[in-house]
Design a protein around this ligand. Structure first.
Ligand SMILES: [Zn+2]
Length: 484
């Protein structure tokens, strides 16, 4: 068994970093280099003996409950996608507040956050030469629109920024098409994030970005872009892999394809929204907090099922289940459904600002935002002290029976990022995300892409970690720590 344990540790330290899905909103921090002989961790200073029975009860209850599925179905089918500023996001917030109170959770409230209100409007992309053809497209979030009759221009296709730089001023007045094949999300998403401003520097009229995905069935993927304030703002849209390859072939043959791009996208004045918060108050140290979270907003396509309706329901259902089981930990478990992760991160920043004085008592934060797939454990921030990693590996053993006992070498989340930068320990709920980017930010991010059993397993995993971390009598950081 020792060999097995050692193998598991080696797997966690070396193999998982290669396959763990990345947080979708922000490029991941650089992974620490895997060394051939990782330095051994100190022995755990926490004991999980008292938690085997509660963990068994939690897992058993999660696996026979369909409450999470029913709630996710209501959120996705009856409310739908939830872009910041939309009526549907506000409807989702009101519904959660009512239901959380009905669940008997503590201190249920919405904490007001002003959010950007970007609207897509009508949009289209037409190939006008060498033959007329409509191309599937989705404007990129935060993009400006085109003039009312669109932008008509020749397409210039590049595979990367080096090819763009080599062309330089020759793209002036043209529509630059980035046809960069997907390697991993963090590396490829830079074309979506900064491609518009990089091309605007050379006078391009607009850009089209091959969708950030490894596979495609003519499906464009939206997502946020960031304009460089020093460059003119030009319209930007995602196209399918198929369209990008078609344009590439035409360009390479010297066909000089021309396009007409029409987009009504624009910003309206900021809108009022809220972070949704509910708690299971601690029995002994209610001012100490374990925070569990997802983000409640989504893009304005599909249903925001994997991104991140599922993550929100996982966190919410974890505390509801603990309440139903009569498992009240010593410390408080706080659920936060953050607003505006996708195109602003105003929710995460507002939480940090509103709770700054309590952050020293936030002992741990877990965000679920990598899709609702079979859970593998947690990804612990690479900067976490070795004693914390050792203790978390010990707690994770409670989930070995469902295969969710991995602790990956890095993790975190976009929304808990602001409080992690203030020193709060943070982790991501890690899942088998091998198909996440197939449907990420598309019309296909719908409930049918979620396996109900995976959702139950995610609830079980989140609930066991949250309960145990919130209840451990020992300081989680080790003997010299304060439990923070
Ligand atoms: Zn997300």
């Amino acid at each position: 068994m020792r060999h097995l344990h050692l193998l598991a540790l080696v797997f966690t330290l070396i193999v998982l970093p290669l396959v763990t899905p990345q947080d979708p909103a922000t490029p991941p921090p650089a992974r620490p280099q895997a060394s051939p002989s990782p330095s051994p961790l100190p022995p755990a200073t926490v004991s999980i003996d008292n938690y085997r029975a509660p963990a068994g009860r939690i897992i058993g209850a999660a696996l026979v409950s369909n409450r999470a599925w029913e709630r996710l179905a209501h959120l996705t089918d009856h409310i739908g996608h939830r872009l910041s500023g939309s009526k549907s996001l506000e409807r989702a917030i009101e519904w959660a507040l009512v239901e959380m109170k009905r669940d008997g959770l503590d201190n249920v409230r919405g904490e007001k956050v002003m959010v950007p209100h970007w609207v897509r409007g009508e949009e289209s992309l037409e190939l006008t030469a060498p033959r007329p053809m409509q191309l599937a497209m989705l404007g990129l979030g935060n993009s400006v629109g085109t003039p009312a009759d669109g932008i008509r221009a020749e397409a210039v296709v590049v595979r990367n920024f080096a090819e763009l730089d080599a062309l330089g001023e020759r793209v002036r007045g043209k529509i630059v098409v980035y046809n960069a094949p997907f390697t991993n999300y963090g590396a490829t998403v830079q074309y979506r994030g900064s491609g518009a401003s990089r091309a605007a520097r050379y006078g391009a009229a607009a850009v089209l970005v091959r969708s950030i995905t490894p596979v495609s069935l003519q499906s464009p993927h939206t997502g946020g872009l960031n304009y460089d304030q020093r460059q003119p703002k030009i319209p930007a849209a995602a196209i399918s892999i198929e369209a990008a390859e078609l344009l590439q072939r035409m360009h390479d043959r010297g066909d000089r394809p021309t396009l007409r791009l029409k987009m009504e996208a624009k910003f309206l004045p900021d809108a009022e929204s809220a972070n949704v918060i509910a708690e299971l108050l601690g029995s002994e140290k209610p001012d100490e907090v374990v925070l569990i979270a997802g983000h409640y907003d989504s893009w304005d396509v599909g249903q925001g099922a994997h991104d991140d309706g599922g993550g929100c329901i996982i966190a919410w259902e974890a505390v509801r289940l603990l309440k139903e089981l009569g498992l009240r930990p010593r410390r408080t478990i706080r659920v936060v459904l953050y607003t505006n992760e996708e195109n602003g991160l105003r929710g995460g920043n507002a939480y940090r600002d509103a709770h700054r004085s309590e952050l020293a008592k936030h002992i741990f934060a877990i965000e679920s935002d990598s899709g609702t797939y079979r859970p593998e454990g947690l990804g612990l921030a690479a900067t976490a002290p070795p004693q914390v990693r050792s203790n978390l590996l010990e707690v994770a053993k409670l989930l070995a029976g469902i295969g969710a006992d991995g602790i990956a070498p890095s993790g975190g989340g976009a929304d808990i990022g602001p409080i992690m930068r203030e020193g709060v320990l943070g982790a991501s709920l890690d899942v088998d995300g091998s198909h996440y980017f197939d449907i990420h930010h598309t019309e296909s991010d719908t409930l049918d892409k979620i396996n109900p059993r995976d959702l139950q397993l995610c609830v079980a995993t989140m609930a066991v970690f949250a309960y145990t971390l919130a209840d451990l009598p020992e300081p989680f950081k080790g003997s010299e720590g304060t439990g923070k």
